[in-house]
Ligand binder design. Structure first.
Ligand SMILES: Nc1nc2c(ncn2[C@@H]2O[C@H](COP(=O)(O)OP(=O)(O)OP(=O)(O)O)[C@@H](O)[C@H]2O)c(=O)[nH]1
Ligand SMILES: [Mg+2]
Length: 248
C-alpha cells in the first residue's frame, strides 16, 4: 500500500495465546490473507500488513501465539523481542473471551512491558452463545487499559477497536496498566536492578519487566540485552549480570 501522506504509520502489534483469532483480526484489519484455522501454532513468523483509518496509516504485525513471554520457546522470544525492543505504538492483546482466566496471564505480562495496550475480547459471539457475560468496563478499570469486545470472524467491534487504538496511539487515552506488586524484599531487588538497567539503557526499555526476568534468572533476556548495549556511554555494560546464577 502506498501512503498518501508522508507521515510515518503507527505500528500496531497483535499478541495473544494461540488460536484466539489474531490472524483473523489481522486479515480483517489489513485485507490480507494470513493463514488461519482451528488449531494452535499456525503463525510462526511475524506477518506485516497495513490499514488506513481516519486519515492515518497503521502497520500491523501479527505475532506468533504464545502462552507467556518468558522465552521458553523461539515463538515466545520472537513475540517478546518485538514488544520489548521494537516498541509498537500500540499492542493489542487478543483474548479468547470464552477462556479469560487462562488468557489473562499473557495480558498481565504485556501490561508489565508496555503502557500502550488495548485488550481485545475476541470470540465474543462464542462467549454469548455459551452464556458467558463479561463486564468489560470493570475489567478495563481493573487492568487500567481499554477493553473492546470483538468478533473478528464477522467483523463485529472492529470499528470500535480501530477508534480506541487510534486514541491510545495518539496519547488521547491515558492508560494505567495494572502491575503486580511483590513483597517488600522482592520490590527492593527489583528497584536495584531497575536502576542498573536505566543506567545503561536510559528510559528506552521497560526496566521493571526486565528486572523481573533477570531476577527469575532468565539467561535469554540477559543475552538479548547484552546484544543491545549502546557502545558509547555504557562503561558498565559489559558487566551486566544476572543477580542470581543461571543454569546454562
Ligand atoms: N466464533 C469465532 N471464531 C473466530 C473468531 N475469530 C477467529 N475465529 C476462529 O478461530 C480460529 C483461530 O483463528 P486464528 O485467526 O487462526 O487464530 P490465531 O490467534 O492467529 O492462532 P495462532 O496463529 O495459531 O496463534 C479460526 O478457526 C477462526 O476462524 C471470532 O471472533 N469468533
Ligand atoms: Mg495466527
Amino acid at each position: 500500500m502506498k501512503y498518501p501522506s508522508k507521515e510515518m504509520p503507527y505500528r500496531i502489534a497483535l499478541a495473544g495465546n494461540p488460536n484466539t483469532g489474531k490472524s483473523t483480526l489481522f486479515n480483517t484489519l489489513t485485507g490480507l490473507r494470513q493463514h488461519t484455522g482451528n488449531w494452535p501454532g499456525k503463525t510462526v513468523l511475524c506477518a506485516e500488513g497495513e490499514y488506513r483509518f481516519q486519515e492515518k496509516n497503521y502497520t500491523v504485525v501479527d505475532l506468533p501465539g504464545t502462552y507467556s513471554l518468558y522465552s521458553n520457546s523461539a515463538d515466545e522470544e520472537v513475540a517478546r523481542d518485538y514488544i520489548l525492543f521494537e516498541q509498537p505504538d500500540v499492542t493489542i492483546v487478543v483474548l479468547d473471551a470464552t477462556s479469560l482466566e487462562r488468557n489473562l496471564n499473557l495480558a498481565l505480562q504485556v501490561l508489565e512491558m508496555s503502557d500502550r495496550v488495548v485488550i481485545c475480547l475476541n470470540m465474543i459471539d462464542e462467549a454469548i452463545r455459551k452464556g458467558i457475560r463479561i463486564h468489560d468496563q470493570k475489567l478495563s478499570s481493573k487492568l487500567g487499559v481499554p477493553v473492546v469486545k470483538t468478533s473478528a470472524r464477522d467483523g463485529k467491534g472492529i470499528n470500535e477497536l480501530k477508534k480506541i487504538v487510534t486514541r491510545v496511539a495518539e496519547g488521547r487515552i491515558q492508560t494505567r496498566p495494572y502491575r503486580i506488586r511483590y513483597s517488600e524484599k522482592i520490590e527492593e531487588k527489583i528497584q536495584s536492578i531497575q536502576s542498573q538497567i536505566e543506567n545503561i539503557f536510559g528510559d528506552q526499555l521497560p526496566s521493571r519487566w526486565i528486572a523481573l526476568r533477570l531476577l527469575d534468572g532468565e539467561r535469554s533476556m540477559l543475552n538479548a540485552l547484552k546484544k543491545r548495549i549502546p557502545k558509547e556511554g555504557a562503561p558498565d555494560g559489559a558487566n551486566l549480570k544476572s543477580p542470581y546464577p543461571v543454569e546454562a
